[in-house]
Design a binder for this molecule. Structure first.
Ligand code: ZN
Ligand code: ZN
Length: 293
């Protein structure tokens, strides 16, 4: 299921919306966002890895992600432009995400996203509560950086995953960028569980009876809920109170396209949150997870 591009996801989402005659502001939002991501992804030349296979393998052996901030092979102006475009999309949907500070999309060129913010985000450290002099919720800033960096990280993943044997990785964080998973699947043959990184779409194998957020293995504190056809499962952990969405490919009747499923299963997010769990992939230090925006 690897190497799915944002433009493929966009085409599938538009096709699905047409066939199902669906329309909603959330769907419009994701289509607008994917248009930007697909455009950016297509314009980025795949960065040549600075890492040798040996260094990459050593990092994995030390349980460190392959991509460090200093390894990012990116055009920073392009990242800033993408950030401004993404912020303008979010600003169009205040009902969904709350207001976006006007300084982000109304004021003329002024650096808004800084390298320091990107570093903190990549290393899952706390984010500032102001940007370009305006107050901003760390959750909104996290989402804006996440969606802006995504095409760049997907491109890095395509190169970096070739350097290593990913079968050696069984950690809860992504071996490419250190991000967390927001969706996974149980593969067809034996139902092994694979996670997909919320940031760069890299996939890796992970234990089924273990929390993908806090590594809890106490079966009394782990459970899952599924739909009637047992295609969609929501894994929850009562230790860290997070959930993970998983598609069981053994029971799926049609071809499953995971980056699309991430968007088509928002109802599962609602159910998880109604049951009192939070998405496990959002990691902002010093922010109380039980009090999102
Ligand atoms: Zn990743
Ligand atoms: Zn947990």
């Amino acid at each position: 299921m690897t190497n799915i591009t944002s433009s493929q996801t966009l085409n599938k989402l538009e096709e699905w919306a047409r066939e199902e005659s669906r329309s909603s502001s959330l769907l419009d939002f994701y289509i607008s966002l994917l248009r930007i991501q697909a455009d950016v992804e297509e314009r980025i030349t795949i960065p040549k890895p600075e890492l040798s296979e040996k260094t990459a393998t050593n990092r994995m052996a030390k349980r460190k992600p392959l991509l460090k901030f200093d390894d990012l092979a990116v055009n920073w102006q392009m990242i800033e432009d993408t950030f401004n475009r993404v912020a303008a999309v979010f600003a169009g949907y205040p009902d969904l995400f709350g207001p976006v500070p006007e300084v982000l999309f109304k004021e003329k060129p002024r650096q808004k996203l800084t390298k320091t913010m990107v570093r903190s985000w990549l290393e899952s450290k706390s984010l500032p509560s102001t940007i370009a002099g305006a107050d901003i919720s760390p959750y909104l800033l996290d989402s804006l950086i996440h969606q802006s960096l995504k095409p760049f990280l997907i491109r890095h993943s395509q190169v970096l995953t070739r350097l290593v044997n990913k079968e050696t990785w069984r950690r809860s964080s992504c071996f490419v960028c250190g991000g967390r998973s927001d969706i996974g699947y149980l593969e067809k043959k034996v139902g092994a569980r694979w996670l997909m990184c919320s940031r760069c779409d890299t996939e890796w194998h992970f234990q089924r009876l273990k929390c993908s957020n806090c590594d809890n293995q106490d079966s009394k504190l782990l459970s899952s809920f599924s739909d009637d056809e047992v295609i969609y499962r929501l894994y929850v952990c009562d230790k860290c109170h997070t959930y993970l969405k998983v598609v069981d490919l053994r029971n799926a009747k049609t071809e499953i396209f995971l980056p699309l499923e991430r968007l088509l299963t928002l109802d599962m997010d609602r159910q998880g949150q109604e049951k009192g769990y939070q998405p496990g992939y959002i990691r902002i230090e010093d922010v109380d997870k039980t009090q999102p925006e």
